[in-house]
Design a protein around this ligand. Structure first.
Ligand code: AHR
Length: 813
């Protein structure tokens, strides 16, 4: 549907609005503008999720004109996407100082109202949610409020004009950002051949961040259990819980992934667990056969060794046979263990796979009555051979990107969707059987087997800075109330518990960096890492709603960490979008607290990236620096293809240019297991046997392999005045001061090649040049980089192929 059609449809849908509302309208040029007019505020679908506050205007109270056919100026942010975020009975008010206020009800059950204020009806300040009994008292603090039962006010014409202009800008941008490469043939039909000239200026060089590209790791899409975490047994501790899926899956319980004697009921007990944090275990009788299906099967390779372990308790001496079986029931490897302990005891053995099976099961046969728990099967060949480690091929594909930092554990997983669901780092360290499993916010189970120790260890193994993100004392903007009166972010950690929570954050720093004689440093040492992990960065909060509840808690944590650990760089958060209330309020808070870095997030269409190349050029260098913690180009259908990858590459050249203000950037999300994907696109797809890096992955990898720590000013003269064409060509020049190499990156998102000459300015005058090119059709989903070596002379005149990223690496002299 075109934007025009969409607007027409909306007009048609809204034509039943009260007061005889008509199509969008503003006084025609030449017509005198009125001094004032009436505005009316309304929500088109009261109570429906995301039905916003809209405006109409009138000069005579008889004929009403909608601003943008139901263009939304204010959206309720309370509770869950989909079912909540509702606006019921919005009431607009004006205070003595000229500030507008809107209050509205949120749902029929909680007896809560919301409030937001705005100086101009266009930009709205943070939202507050309070009990209805507090409404009058709360509103009194704004002085005398003008109200009107029909939400109609007489306002200066400039107020109406502000609304109309805001809608026009939004509509214009919507159309612009909807541009896709599939229409380029038409869009650029008359375009004459385009040429470019890159001129570098070595006299104008600035330092840029040496941490620019890193990774965002979140346990989404089965990225951890069943993914990067190499455990092959699913539900090893019998801790799957119907609540993991909010009761919506009848098969999801402590027996998930297990079968007994081909279908008998499993007996799960909780009376005397191995560890209080993992209450469930299984009770087996003599000759019982228990089978685990793994995560979509268990993939084993011929000749490889697998550590098999479990906890057991048995009154009599018994025997356990563990076998890897293929789907024809033939055995691919086995081990036998004698069990003789009346108390819980850990047993371990090794199974060597005699053949490669992609879809094996683990079959366990017991000789007598026995209790079993934490049944685990781990490849010995984990990444860097770590115990309790990571799947080697997946970890390698991440390491190959040369990430300078790893952010973990999310994303939304970091703050969870309710107080009980926050990711608490202490729950994720220590022996795996003692860790606290929990519901994963993305609708599955999280064992915490991949916990803070493993994250830090991985960072060290790949030479990346660890960047943990702790909750800011509030859960996700998508939270339900989970039994608390105030849902959404308003169920922040109670203030009387905040000191304890702040201490938990401080303890993390001690755990990571403290001497092995400190309380928490000792725990790290006991886990096998006596030396500090050298934590430098700490994220507080993840794209939270910036509310009073958030600010109060964030400030407490921020101040405590700053006071105790000035050496730690804190990264604040400025909401989930590149504009809007949380972005503005988050930045204001950053200014107020003097936060060093803030975490920005935005998922946008490719054309947004094309047309916002100056996003960071405009940033005030005196303010906080930026960690672009989550970004990706999204097309309808959410593919990861050459078009999205090139939009990201093009934008990354602008990030290099602004590497003085942008400290770090990470594409999100990173991993996705086929058939278990809640979010697309991702950077690396995988199944049990294959790793499938995307086109976007190769862009990130090329930037990771070709970083610089100095930006060399350059000018790209493009031979066309066609602005749309000009916006589709971009480049950057950086120098790696360690090697002296100069790297030129050029992106061409036009459907035609661009002949490009490179001046000799700062570039070495001879030698060989490494040239890497990614090119293809915009819709291609598997484009690989191709590398060649060319002479310096050849590098002076190159053609950027249609839809391409070209990287030229000039070795230092
Ligand atoms: O990257 C996927 C999700 O997007 C993250 O969990 C969240 O922070 C963002 O909304």
């Amino acid at each position: 549907m075109t934007l025009y059609n969409a607007i027409l449809l909306l007009i048609a849908l809204c034509s039943s609005m009260p007061g005889g509302i008509t199509a969008p309208h503003s006084p025609k040029p030449g017509n005198a503008q009125p001094d004032s007019a009436y505005i009316m505020a309304y929500t088109p679908n009261p109570g429906r999720s995301r039905s916003p506050l809209c405006f109409s205007w009138s000069t005579d109270l008889a004929t009403w004109h909608q601003v943008g056919s139901g263009h939304g100026f204010l959206y309720s942010d309370y509770g869950r996407w989909g079912s909540q975020k509702r606006m019921i009975n919005p009431a607009l008010m004006l205070d003595d100082s000229g500030m507008w206020h809107c209050v509205w009800d949120l749902n029929e059950t909680d007896n809560i109202f919301a409030h937001a204020s705005s100086p101009d009806l266009v930009l709205w300040n943070r939202q507050t949610y309070l009990g209805k009994e507090e409404q009058d008292h709360f509103l009194l603090k704004f002085g005398k409020l003008q109200k009107n039962d029909r939400n109609i006010f007489r306002v200066p014409w400039k107020t109406v004009e502000g609304l109309i202009n805001a809608w026009k800008v939004a509509a214009y941008n919507q159309q612009l950002y909807a541009e896709q490469a599939k229409d380029d043939a038409v869009r650029f039909a008359g375009l004459k051949p385009v040429g470019a000239r890159l001129t570098t200026d070595d006299r104008s060089v600035r330092k840029i961040s040496s941490l620019l590209t890193g990774i965002f790791f979140e346990d989404i899409n089965y990225a951890a259990d069943g993914g990067l975490y190499a455990e092959l047994v699913q539900n090893r501790g019998f801790e799957y819980d119907p609540a993991d899926r909010e009761g919506n899956d009848k098969t999801w319980n402590s027996t998930k992934a297990w079968t007994l004697n081909g279908g008998k009921n499993l007996v799960i007990d909780t009376v005397n667990p191995v560890h209080v944090n993992n209450k469930h275990y299984i009770v087996l009788n003599g000759n019982d056969i228990l089978v685990n299906e793994g995560f979509d099967g268990i993939a084993v390779k011929t000749g490889e060794k697998y550590d098999f372990s479990f906890f057991a308790q048995s009154i009599v001496r018994g025997r356990i046979i563990a076998e890897l079986i293929d789907d024809g029931n033939s055995v691919a490897g086995s081990t036998e263990i004698v069990v003789n302990s009346k108390n819980w005891k850990k047993y371990s053995s090794v199974i060597t796979a005699g053949k490669t099976v992609n879809n094996a099961s683990l079959r366990i046969t017991v000789s007598s009555r026995i209790l079993l728990d934490h049944i685990s099967l781990f490849p010995q060949n984990t990444f860097m051979k770590r115990k309790n480690g990571l799947r080697a091929d997946l970890a390698r594909s991440i390491a190959d990107m040369r990430p300078r930092f790893v952010r973990f554990p999310g994303g939304c997983v970091a703050h969870g969707d309710g107080l009980e669901n926050m990711y608490r780092w202490k729950n994720t360290i220590g022996p795996p059987e003692s860790r606290v499993p929990q519901r994963n916010i993305w609708g599955y189970h999280q064992t915490a087997g991949l916990g803070y120790f493993e994250y830090f260890q991985f960072c060290e193994d790949i030479g990346a800075e660890p960047l943990p993100v702790v909750p800011a004392g509030v859960p996700c903007q998508n939270s339900a109330n989970h039994g608390h009166r105030f849902g959404g972010q308003q169920c922040g950690i109670p203030m009387e518990e905040m000191d304890e929570y702040v201490q938990e954050v401080l303890d993390l720093i001690e755990w990571a960096n403290g001497d092995k004689n400190t309380t928490w440093g000792r725990k790290r040492a006991e886990a096998g890492h006596p030396a500090p992990f050298n934590l430098k960065y700490l994220g507080i909060g993840n794209e939270d709603l910036i509310t009073d509840v958030f600010e109060e808690r964030f400030t407490m944590i921020f101040n405590a960490v700053k006071a105790r650990h000035p050496e730690i760089t804190i990264i604040g958060t400025v909401g989930p979008f590149s504009e809007g209330t949380d972005y503005r309020e988050g930045w204001q808070l950053a200014d107020k607290l003097d936060i060093e870095i803030v975490d920005e997030h935005y998922y946008q269409p490719p054309a947004w990236f094309i047309y916002n190349q100056d996003f960071y050029d405009k940033y005030d260098r005196g303010k906080a620096r930026v960690y672009l913690g989550e970004y990706a180009a999204h097309l309808p259908g959410r593919p990861n293809n050459l078009e999205t990858a090139l939009a990201e590459a093009l934008y990354l050249t602008t990030i290099e240019r602004n590497g003085d203000v942008v400290s770090m950037a990470s594409y999100a999300p990173l991993l996705a297991k086929e058939n278990h994907t809640q979010w697309n696109p991702d950077l690396i797809y995988f199944n049990n046997t294959e790793v499938k890096p995307t086109t976007g992955y190769y862009v990130q990898k090329l930037f990771g392999e070709n970083p610089g720590d100095e930006y060399i000013s350059s000018t790209l003269d493009i031979s066309t005045n066609n602005e749309k064409a000009r916006s589709r060509i971009a480049g950057s020049v950086v120098r790696d001061t360690k090697t002296g190499d100069i790297i030129v990156k050029l992106v061409n998102m036009l459907p035609a090649g661009v002949k490009t000459s490179l001046d000799s300015g700062s570039l070495p005058s001879d030698g060989r040049v490494h040239k890497t090119v990614m090119t293809g059709n915009p819709a291609d989903i598997s484009v690989l980089p191709a590398e060649t070596i060319i002479s310096r002379a050849e590098a002076s005149e190159i053609t950027l192929p249609p839809y391409s990223l070209t990287i030229l690496r000039f070795p230092g002299q």
